[in-house]
Write a protein that binds this ligand. Sequence first.
Ligand code: MN
Length: 202
Amino acid sequence: MAFKLPNLPYKHHELEPHIDSWTMEIHHGKHHAGYTKKLNAAIDATDLADKSIEDILKNLDMNNAAVRNNGGGYYNHSLFWSIMSPNGGGTPSGDLAKAINEACGSFDGFKEKFAKAAGTRFGSGWAWLCVHPGGKVEVCSSPNQDNPLMPGVGCGGTPILGIDVWEHAYYLNYQNKRPDYVQAFFNVVNWDEVARLYKANS
Ligand code: MN
């Protein structure tokens, strides 16, 4: 069963001014579509072909570069679109807020930690908020299209929030100002979806 490029849950322009329409169009329609296509080519007629993307990543042979890069790219971007919303921003609530406060001291402490993870990731990669079984959350980052489900990468929990810090995610609008993009991202975070993922994976 081949993986499908998921539809965006909003229109390309709807995350403006924080993330511009052209970036969204290319990022989803070209980059994410490319990872999807290459992932399908890499698993076609192998024993990975009938597995879920989570299973593939959790049991990944890290030497399998095609599945590592494109399976990571497929999963990471699918998560990324889902945790943003035109009605996003604000702050988390409930158990998720409590877990964030325990891990980072406060919501501002979380933002600082997350922005630092995103800002100090050299080259391309992602910053994550992950949840461990039991409900503890942790901030980390990973290079390229690696993610914390893969063996030996990052926090080791389940990612429930992630930011793409590849230049293709922000360069058209922000050029070299990655920290500005990271701050703008907080205005579109869909905390309801992050809370749902927190509950489902804690
Ligand atoms: Mn990307």
